[in-house]
Design a binder for this molecule. Structure first.
Ligand SMILES: Nc1ncnc2c1ncn2[C@@H]1O[C@H](COP(=O)(O)OP(=O)(O)OP(=O)(O)O)[C@@H](O)[C@H]1O
Ligand SMILES: [Mg+2]
Length: 403
């Protein structure tokens, strides 16, 4: 027998997110990013970080209105419009869709197409390559709901993926639909929506395997009730996993076969990475009421250059080999170094982003291991930064904070 899960149930799941008020804490990533058009900061009780579908509601509505291509069952948009939402573009009526993801178009097209098939999507990549970000925006564009989220940790129990029980009701009335607390995945199955599983490879292997039946049979048995929930059309799963976690809990090959893997790369060129950082810093700055930094792009380029050179182990001109520090020095970290720098400039400077505002942040990102990384940093500072034209102020600022 098939049963449906009450989509209006106000019962919050014990582990995943539930249809809670927008201001309640969720399992969503906790950085305070908000989209363009988000009105965060305008009123005192504005949420710190609106969900993608709220922050970009106007863009999604414009896309839906002008999208005349076929939409898979229960999709809010056609695959083409979902890709446009992610990559940006202009609509026939002039509406500008801001790019959310900056990277190869093909990657986004493959990811979106996968969601329209019977295979689930696994976004794989090193830290800070926008896996979580892309997963949230895909769910928002496809299902209009990015909140059906399971955060994977070493302690994620099966209940977080299947269902749990409200023990008061269970004891009072015995097992019944009323006592069952559906997981975000179960709710997504019942409503034909996109479920998200973050950090899949951190979840213990036996718990991961709960997903196998869900993904291959598209059904979730509830043996206690002699029932099952059958996924309705439109249901799919987006999982993310970190390259660096590989080996922690390797995906079983049975599970891997149920996923199409899409690897999100690091930005290919310095220009692309500067562009990503500038865009995100601008959005974040607006959400935090920071003044715009029109002159900050030089500083952004410098931070990105330092990160890329140390990450790649060689200077941009290819001449000098460098040692790489232990940290990842990801785009995401560059974004946070620059945002913190802007906040410093706004609150304690004259609002202009200067080398002194980013030096401490760069040092903090590079020197993770006080012994080994400090040597790497000092070598880089003296051999590269010191000698570079136009980098005198930055060198001095770095010396000051490194001392
Ligand atoms: N190519 C990119 N295009 C747009 N934004 C990007 C890109 N790369 C990184 N970012 C930005 O980096 C930030 C961090 O991304 P996110 O948290 O999604 O990374 P992640 O891959 O999930 O990292 P982790 O493995 O640590 O969970 C986001 O604010 C995102 O906007
Ligand atoms: Mg992530």
């Amino acid at each position: 027998m098939s049963v449906s899960v009450d989509p209006t149930s106000s019962e919050p799941g014990p582990y995943g997110s539930a249809p809670v008020p927008a201001s309640a804490p969720t399992d969503a990533p906790t950085d305070a990013r908000a989209g363009v058009g988000a009105e965060a900061g305008e009123t005192a009780d504005a949420v710190l970080r609106p969900h993608a579908e709220d922050a970009f509601a106007a863009e999604l509505a414009a896309l839906a209105a002008q999208d005349d291509r076929p939409r898979p069952a229960r999709w809010r948009l056609s695959p083409w419009a979902v890709a446009t939402y992610l990559l940006g573009g202009a609509l026939p009526d002039g509406t500008v869709i801001t790019p959310k993801y900056v990277g190869p178009r093909r990657i986004v097209e493959v990811a979106v197409t996968t969601l329209a098939t019977d295979r689930a999507l696994l976004l794989l990549g090193v830290p800070g390559t926008a896996k979580t970000w892309v997963s949230e925006h895909l769910a928002a564009a496809v299902s209009g709901d990015s909140t059906l989220l399971v955060q994977g940790t070493a302690g994620t129990p099966e209940e977080a993926i299947r269902y749990g029980w409200n023990y008061a009701r269970l004891l009072a009335h015995g097992p019944s639909r009323d006592a069952l607390v559906p997981s975000p995945v179960m709710r997504a199955m019942a409503q034909g929506l996109t479920a998200r599983v973050e950090e899949l490879t951190r979840i213990p292997a036996d718990v991961q395997d709960t997903l196998i039946t869900i993904l291959s049979e598209k059904t979730l048995p509830i043996p206690e009730l002699g029932q099952e929930v059958q996924a309705v059309r439109g249901f799919n799963v987006i999982a993310t996993a970190n390259d660096r976690d590989r080996g922690v809990n390797e995906l079983s090959s049975a599970l891997r076969r149920r996923f199409n893997t899409v690897v999100l790369p690091l930005p290919e060129t310095t220009d692309a990475e500067v562009d990503i950082v500038a865009r995100r810093v601008d959005q974040l700055g607006r959400a935090l009421d920071l003044p715009a930094a029109p002159d900050g792009v030089d500083e952004i380029r410098r931070v990105v250059t330092v990160f890329r050179e140390l990450r790649n182990g060689v200077t941009a001109d290819g001449r000098t080999k460098l040692k790489s520090p232990s940290g990842t020095l990801s785009t995401a970290e560059a974004i946070s170094v620059v945002t913190n720098g802007l906040a410093l400039a706004a609150h304690f400077g004259d609002g202009v982003l200067r080398p002194g505002d980013v030096a401490a942040g760069v040092l903090g990102a590079v020197v993770r291991d006080p012994a080994a990384d400090r040597v790497v940093w000092q070598e880089y500072l003296e051999a590269v930064v010191r000698e570079r034209d136009g980098w005198k102020d930055f060198y001095r600022a770095c010396r000051e904070v490194s001392a």
